[in-house]
Design a protein around this ligand. Structure first.
Ligand code: GPP
Ligand code: MG
Length: 285
């Protein structure tokens, strides 16, 4: 199913239009070559230690080994997110808010066998991901919509679970959690993986600002997540600092042919402590 929503109903601000334009034009090998490994196209980073043997062995196949290993770490990150969606039945419905090319949505459907809806403000991404759903034969169960996660238009209480996999830095958290609180049924679960800056080190570091510029986003302080969750009846049950677990991914990525130049700011920000890679799981009460 494809949506034919008029652009003006989805993109409300000049900023949202520029973000949509960025993602409509993104065709970076760091995402496409990794996705080509097994057909799961991610728009997030990885966790876990890499196998150092990928850097050894024949030079002509080294880059392929690195790409495959980076993809494995990205898939491990999505698995870790989905581990926090509990008590999901095939009759439930899940929302992927900022669904990109669909990677996490397909993994969720595979795991839970339920309906998954993804929303993204990039029409290119909607087309790409719906095409993937067709190819996988799951288009009746996994559907991507050209829609704004701040204002999905979906029915109140219609979601058992919602996640954002590195997408919250594009939106106001109070508006976002207002919408999620409306969409989740009582006892429903919200899972967030995000990069956020450290209130304790104080303000936005230079490295964090470089990440913002690179992706046209606005990384929030850690405190904003908890203020905005609390304000919307979303009660954290797990908060996991994944920072140490994502550093190896960035070290490997820096040595790959698909490095984009943003590797050093990530490594600097994480190592200096001005930035965290966080998983938050919260219940709707
Ligand atoms: C993009 O993933 C992720 C973001 C734009 C959000 C920024 C994330 C933070 C943790 C601050 P991607 O897979 O499209 O990025 P890349 O192309 O660099 O791999
Ligand atoms: Mg990527």
């Amino acid at each position: 199913m494809t949506t034919t929503t008029p652009t003006a109903n989805v993109l409300h601000t000049a900023y949202q239009k520029s973000v949509a334009s960025y993602w409509n034009n993104e065709k970076d090998p760091v995402n496409l070559r990794l996705g080509d490994v097994d057909g799961l196209y991610h728009h997030h980073y990885g966790i876990g230690d890499y196998d150092p043997s990928v850097l050894e062995g024949p030079e002509d196949t080294r880059d392929d080994r690195i790409i495959t290993e980076m993809h494995r770490l990205e898939t491990a990150q999505a698995k870790a997110l989905l581990d926090h969606l509990v008590d999901i039945s095939p009759g439930d419905r899940l929302l992927d808010a900022g669904s990109g090319r669909g990677g996490t949505s397909f993994m969720a459907h595979q795991r839970f066998g339920c309906q998954v809806d993804g929303v993204t403000i990039s029409e290119y991404q909607v087309g790409f991901a719906n095409n993937q759903a067709e190819q996988r034969g799951v288009a009746d169960q996994v559907t991507f919509h050209f829609a704004n996660m701040l204002d999905t238009g979906f029915e109140a209480g219609s979601c058992r679970g919602i996640w954002t996999n590195e997408t919250t830095m594009y939106v106001d958290l109070f508006q976002l959690f207002d919408e999620f609180s409306r969409l989740l049924e009582f006892g429903g679960r919200y899972v967030c993986i995000t990069g956020c800056y450290n209130d304790v080190t104080g303000g936005r570091s230079k490295a964090v600002s470089r990440i913002d510029e690179h992706y046209l986003c606005n990384i929030h302080p850690r405190s904003d997540y908890f203020k905005a969750l609390t304000a919307h009846n979303l009660v954290p049950i797990n908060v996991i600092d994944l920072t140490a677990h994502t550093i190896p991914y960035w070290e490997l990525r820096a040595r790959s042919s698909v490095a984009t130049g943003i590797e050093d700011p990530f490594l600097t920000a994480y190592r200096e402590g001005s930035f965290h890679y966080l998983l938050i799981a919260a219940d709707r009460v």
